[in-house]
Ligand binder design. Structure first.
Ligand code: 5AD
Ligand code: SF4
Length: 499
């Protein structure tokens, strides 16, 4: 085991043992191996932890129980998780205290996801729980994509909600909360045509090892199945100097790993006179003293150029992992999805990545059962998977979403057929991952140690290529350090090893 001297001491003030334990159970720290939905897991203060504390009696004003307190639950993607870190930071700075149970909170906030119907349903059922249990004076707010998508409809469906606010309006959250405190019963923030990004000095970071940073908000790509352009608005990039300043602050906090976020992160367009390209920004972030790993997600194939591969080849701190959603292996389906590339063009990007001087892991997103998808077109997705040899994939059944162009497309695929295709696709991907991971046995990887198991000498962390590695080590105090681990075994979704 080689604990790298000076490499990544645990950022103590951020430490959050509860979450580290959960990391070992495959919580929000998942690697990329899984095929389940990355967009519907919940983060801190998960509900199962809350039910135990249900206070007796009702009608007590929460202010009497907990003063200015808030409970925040997050559904959805990493962008949402990170938005929640910012929302929490803003509220903490205003004197609020975060509680782990909605029952004792003065303000209950749900940061929501609406990417697929299941995610939206889950939130409405969670809101439904408050119909009878909500206490007088308790504020219930819906933030995020479902808020933006449903707007004031939410008040109609759940009249006990008093705040509805989409991500493009988060800058105004403190104002909105002031209005609610002043006695206003319904407040909305639903604009999307804003140049603003939600930048704040006050981010409260939940992940003790990986600091998230949004560099581009919204999306201009208009894929025909996707709600994001409606819920998060048009693309807005942050000025490179502001990004680099925040990276420096992150490093000063003790973080060594940073993940740049954006729905289409590589479509970054520096609005400042510096006009830094995305690949230049990656290199500049990696050069910030203290930063040792830089990740970025999600890349759109159209804007994925050779310059990004060259940056990864040249700068070891840029992690050797690219998430490059393909969605379908059929050019006809890709056209119907308005993905702006053909199967062949996508495979050229894969060839470029596979031909890099440094080995780069590639992961993807896939949709089965898009309207009109024929059996042959589905098989083209399977053959593309064989050709691309993904190291991980998130796969989904097509879910019709409000406002999207694909909603009106004919030839919907029956649910059972979508399930059948998804099962086949996931089975194929599992085989690919088993084979790819097995080839790594015997290799040594550098791991950032992120979790300690209850079992003696058992640890977990991520490799630069974003694989989860569970390993044994007699080392002490290695949490937050970089260690060298030899892989001794491999499953479809993770590796095991010895440090
Ligand atoms: N149905 C199914 N999957 C979807 N995604 C986005 N919109 C839909 C939808 N309507 C998937 C895409 C995207 C990932 C984040 O979610 O694969 O890359
Ligand atoms: Fe949605 Fe397409 Fe934008 Fe991704 S690129 S967020 S799938 S519209």
């Amino acid at each position: 085991m080689g604990v790298v001297p000076g490499g990544g001491s645990a950022p103590a003030p951020q430490s959050h043992p509860g979450r580290i334990e959960r990391a070992l159970e495959g919580g929000p720290y998942r690697g990329f191996g899984e095929t389940q939905d990355p967009g519907t897991h919940s983060v801190p203060g998960a509900p199962e932890e809350n039910t135990r504390e249900r206070p007796q009696g009702s009608g007590t004003r929460p202010a009497l129980q907990g003063g200015r307190t808030f409970y925040l639950e997050t559904f959805g993607c990493q962008m949402n998780e990170h938005d929640s870190e910012k929302v929490a930071g803003v509220l903490l700075a205003r004197g609020y205290r975060q509680v782990e149970s909605p029952e004792v909170a003065a303000v209950i906030l749900y940061n929501t996801c609406s990417i697929r119907e299941k995610a939206a349903q889950k939130i409405f059922s969670r809101l439904g729980e408050y119909r009878f249990t909500r206490k007088e004076g308790q504020v219930i707010g819906v933030l995020g994509c479902l808020a933006q998508q449903e707007g004031e409809e939410i008040f109609a469906r759940a009249p006990w909600v008093s705040l509805v606010c989409g991500s493009a309006s988060y800058r105004k959250l403190p104002e909105f909360i002031k209005e609610l405190e002043a006695g206003n019963t319904r407040v909305t923030g639903l604009e999307t045509d804003t140049d603003e990004t939600f930048e704040t000095e006050m981010t409260r970071r939940d992940n003790p090892w990986r600091a998230y940073l949004t560099i581009i908000e919204g999306c201009d790509k208009a894929c025909t199945y996707c709600v994001v352009p409606f819920t998060r608005g048009p693309e807005r990039s942050r000025a490179s100097a502001s990004v680099l300043e925040e990276v420096q602050q992150i490093a000063d906090l003790g973080y060594t790993e940073v993940q740049l976020l954006g729905q289409t992160v590589n479509s970054y367009a520096d609005p400042s006179a510096r006009r830094m390209r995305f690949s230049e920004l990656l290199v500049a972030v990696a050069e910030v003293p203290g930063i040792r790993r830089v990740r970025f997600m999600t890349s759109h194939p159209r804007d994925f150029g050779k310059d990004i591969v060259e940056a990864i080849e040249a700068v070891p701190a840029l992690c050797d992992h690219v998430h490059l959603p393909v969605q379908s292996g059929s050019t006809a389906v890709l056209r119907a999805m308005a993905r702006t590339y053909t199967r062949e063009e996508y495979l050229e990007k894969i060839a470029m990545l596979r031909g890099a001087k440094r080995r780069i892991s590639i992961t993807t997103d896939l949709i089965v059962g898009f309207p009109g998808e024929t059996e042959k077109e589905f098989e083209e997705t399977l053959s593309l998977m064989d050709a691309a040899q993904y190291d991980g994939a998130f796969s989904f059944k097509y879910s019709p979403r409000p406002n999207t162009p694909s909603l009106k497309m004919e030839d919907a695929i029956p649910e059972e057929e979508k399930s059948r295709r998804l099962g086949i696709l996931q089975g194929r991907q599992r085989e690919i991952q088993i084979a790819r991971n097995a080839r790594l046995v015997g290799e040594v990887f550098e791991v950032l140690v992120e979790g300690k198991s209850r079992r003696e000498n058992q640890w977990m962390g991520h490799t630069s290529c974003n694989r989860v590695l569970n390993f044994t080590s007699r080392g002490e105090e290695i949490l937050g350090h970089y260690v060298q681990v030899r892989v001794t075994g491999a499953g479809p979704n993770s590796l095991v090893g010895e440090g």
